[in-house]
Design a protein around this ligand. Structure first.
Ligand code: SF4
Length: 556
C-alpha cells in the first residue's frame, strides 16, 4: 500500500491553492469563522454551556434548549441527542438533523487510560440503572457510553460522577478527548514505562482549560508504555521506547486518523522523557489550535496539516515556536506481531494476576457493571480497566481467587477464555442510537458472534492468529473499519431481488502493529446484512485452507 505521507506532484499543489484562499488558520491571521461550527464556537465558548444546562435546561426541559447548544456545545460535556427510534438507515441522509433528533441523549463518560476503581464502576452501574434504562457500552476509546438520558437528570449524574472522581467534560466536541492508555499500565512485565503519570498530568493541567477547548476538530491522544492503544491512528501518541543513552521514555507520533481520509500517524523521530510528555503534548495541541484548518470540517483534523507539512517541518515548528528548545532524537518503538488485547489470565509484575474478559462489542449494562464491581472485590481486587478493544480487565487478583472470579465473569456473559469471534469482533453504536448510522451494528455483532461460534467451531483450534472483524454503521469508522482484517462499512446495498437493504462495503487486510496499513476496499465486495455470516465464514475458511502456520490474515 502506498505511504499516506507520500504526495504526488499534483496532490502537493492542491494545499497551496487552498491556502491562497485561506484555510482559516488562526496563526496566519484568519480569525473570522468560515463555517457554522467555527461561528458557534466564536459566538460563545462551548465550555460555557454547562452553566446553562444546570441553571436553565435541566429545569425547563428539552424544548427550552437553544439549537446551537443542542447540536453543538452540548458535545463538550459528552452529550449528543440520540436517533429517534423507527427511522431506517436509508433515510439518514435525506432528513434534516432535527428530524433525526430524539428527546433523549447519549452521554459519554471519559475514563482516561480506562482507569476505574471498583467503587467508580459501581457508581457507573448505579447511574445506568437510575438514569439510563440500564444501558452501558464500553467504547473502543475506553469510555462508558449511556443512552436514554434526559436533560433533567444531567446535573444529578454529573454530581454522582464528580463525587466519584469522574467527568464527562470534553468527552466529545472539538476538544482534547479521552486519553487512551495501556489497561495494564504499571503492572505489565512487557511494559517499557508506565504512562499513567503523564496522562494524569495532562488531565490536571489542560482538560477543561478553555485555551485548548476550541480546536479545529476533535483531538485524540494515546500515551502508553506498550503498543496496545492503536497509536498509529491518533492525532498525537506517545509510545514507550528505550533510548540507548537516556533509557525508557516515549516516541512521538502525530497525524493519524481514520474516517473518510484515513492516514497513519508519522513519527517525529523524537524521544521524550515521561515528565516532559505534558509539555510536548501542549506544544502539539497548540500547533493544531493555531495552524489547523478551520475552513472545511472534512479537512480540519490535524492529519491534514501533518500531511501538508510533513513530519520534519512539524517537528521544527514544535521546537522553534512552542517548546523553544530542540527535542532529543530517538529510536522507533518495537511493534507487536499481533494486536495486544489483554484478554485471558496474565501474571503481573508483582506476582498477582489480571483477568481480561470479553463482552460482545462492548455491550454491557448497568447491572453487569455493578456485578463486576462486586465480583472483583470478592476476588480481592479494587481496580478494573476498560480496553481500546471494548473489553474489561480486572487487576490485582491472587492466584487462589482466579477460578472463582472467572466463573462469576462467565456467568455475567464476560468470558475470559472467549471464542476468537467474541474476542475479535468490535462494533460502533450503529442504527439503534446514532443519528449518522445507516445500518444496525451492535445487535448484528451479537448475532454474528453466535453464528460464527457454531459454524466455525471445527476451525477454532486452527486460528492461532486473530481475525478481527469490525462493524461500522456508516463511513465514519468509529469502530476502525480500515484497521480490521475484515472491516465492514455500513451502507445500503442492493440484494439479489433488486431491493435496497442494509449491508456493508467490505475492506480486507487492514491492521496495526507489524503490518500497519489500511484494509483495501474491494470493488464488488458488498454484502447484505443477511448474507454477512456466510460471507465471513467463506473468507475465513479460504484463508485457513491456504495459509502457512502462524501466517496472518493477508493484506489485499
Ligand atoms: Fe455512528 Fe457512523 Fe460512528 Fe457508527 S461509525 S457510531 S454509525 S458515526
Amino acid at each position: 500500500m502506498a505511504s499516506p505521507t507520500r504526495e504526488t506532484p499534483s496532490k502537493a499543489r492542491a494545499p497551496r491553492a487552498r491556502q491562497r484562499r485561506g484555510e482559516g488558520q488562526w496563526a496566519l491571521g484568519y480569525r473570522e469563522p468560515l463555517n457554522p461550527n467555527e461561528r458557534s464556537k466564536k459566538d460563545d465558548h462551548p465550555l460555557n454551556v454547562r452553566a446553562r444546562i444546570e441553571n436553565i435546561y435541566a429545569h425547563r426541559g428539552f424544548d427550552a434548549i437553544d439549537p446551537g447548544d443542542l447540536r453543538g456545545r452540548f458535545r463538550w460535556f459528552g452529550l449528543y441527542t440520540q436517533r429517534k427510534p423507527g427511522i431506517d438507515g436509508g433515510r439518514t441522509a435525506t432528513l434534516e438533523p432535527e428530524e433525526l433528533d430524539d428527546r433523549y441523549f447519549m452521554l459519554r463518560v471519559r475514563l482516561d487510560g480506562g482507569v476505574l476503581s471498583t467503587e467508580q464502576l459501581a457508581v457507573l452501574g448505579e447511574i445506568s440503572q437510575t438514569h439510563a434504562r440500564d444501558t452501558a457500552d464500553i467504547t473502543d476509546r475506553q469510555n462508558i457510553q449511556y443512552h436514554w438520558i434526559q436533560i433533567e437528570d444531567v446535573p444529578a449524574i454529573w454530581e454522582k460522577l464528580e463525587k466519584a472522581g469522574m467527568t464527562t467534560m470534553e468527552a466529545c466536541g472539538d476538544s482534547p478527548r479521552v486519553i487512551l492508555g495501556s489497561p495494564v499500565a504499571g503492572i505489565s512485565a512487557d511494559e517499557i514505562i508506565d504512562g499513567t503519570p503523564a496522562i494524569e498530568e495532562i488531565k490536571r493541567r489542560y482538560i477543561g482549560d478553555p485555551r485548548y477547548a476550541n480546536l479545529p476538530r476533535k483531538f485524540k491522544t494515546a500515551v502508553s508504555g506498550l503498543p496496545d492503544v492503536a497509536h498509529e491512528i491518533h492525532d498525537v501518541a506517545f509510545v514507550g521506547v528505550n533510548h540507548p543513552e537516556h533509557g525508557p521514555g516515549f516516541d512521538v507520533w502525530v497525524g493519524g486518523g481514520l474516517s473518510t481520509n484515513p492516514m497513519l500517524g508519522q513519527r517525529l523521530g523524537a524521544w521524550v522523557p515521561r515528565d516532559e510528555v505534558p509539555d510536548v503534548w501542549e506544544g502539539v495541541i497548540s500547533i493544531f489550535r493555531d495552524y489547523g484548518y478551520r475552513r472545511l470540517r472534512s479537512r480540519a483534523r490535524i492529519k491534514f496539516l501533518v500531511k501538508d507539512w510533513g513530519a520534519e517541518k512539524f517537528r521544527q515548528v514544535l521546537e522553534d515556536e512552542y517548546l523553544k528548545r530542540a527535542l532529543i532524537d530517538g529510536p522507533a518503538p518495537e511493534v507487536p506481531a499481533v494486536p495486544i488485547d489483554h484478554v485471558g489470565v496474565h501474571r503481573q509484575v508483582d506476582g498477582r494476576f489480571y483477568v481480561g474478559a470479553a463482552p460482545i462489542a462492548g455491550r454491557v449494562s448497568g447491572g453487569t457493571l455493578l456485578a463486576v464491581a462486586k465480583a472483583a472485590e470478592r476476588a480481592g481486587s479494587q481496580r478494573v480497566r476498560l480496553t481500546p478493544q471494548q473489553k474489561l480487565v480486572v487487576l490485582d487478583v491472587q492466584e487462589a481467587e482466579l477460578a472463582g472470579l472467572r466463573a462469576e465473569l462467565d456467568e455475567l456473559g464476560l468470558p475470559s477464555a472467549p471464542s476468537p469471534w467474541r474476542r475479535n469482533v468490535m462494533a460502533c453504536t450503529g442504527l439503534e442510537f446514532c443519528k449518522l448510522a445507516i445500518v444496525e451494528t451492535k445487535a448484528r455483532a451479537q448475532q454474528l458472534v453466535a453464528e460464527l461460534e457454531k459454524r466455525l467451531a471445527d476451525l477454532q483450534g486452527d486460528l492461532d492468529t486473530p481475525v478481527t472483524v469490525h462493524l461500522n454503521g456508516c463511513p465514519n469508522s468509529c469502530a476502525r473499519v480500515q484497521t480490521a482484517d475484515i472491516g465492514l462499512k455500513g451502507q445500503i446495498v442492493t440484494d439479489d431481488h433488486g431491493n435496497q437493504v442494509e449491508g456493508f462495503q467490505v475492506h480486507l487486510g487492514g491492521g496495526l502493529g507489524l503490518d500497519a496499513g489500511f484494509g483495501r476496499k474491494l470493488r464488488g465486495h458488498k454484502v447484505t446484512a443477511d448474507e454477512l455470516t456466510g460471507y465471513v465464514e467463506r473468507l475465513v475458511r479460504a484463508y485457513l485452507a491456504d495459509r502457512e502456520p502462524g501466517e496472518r490474515f493477508p493484506q489485499w
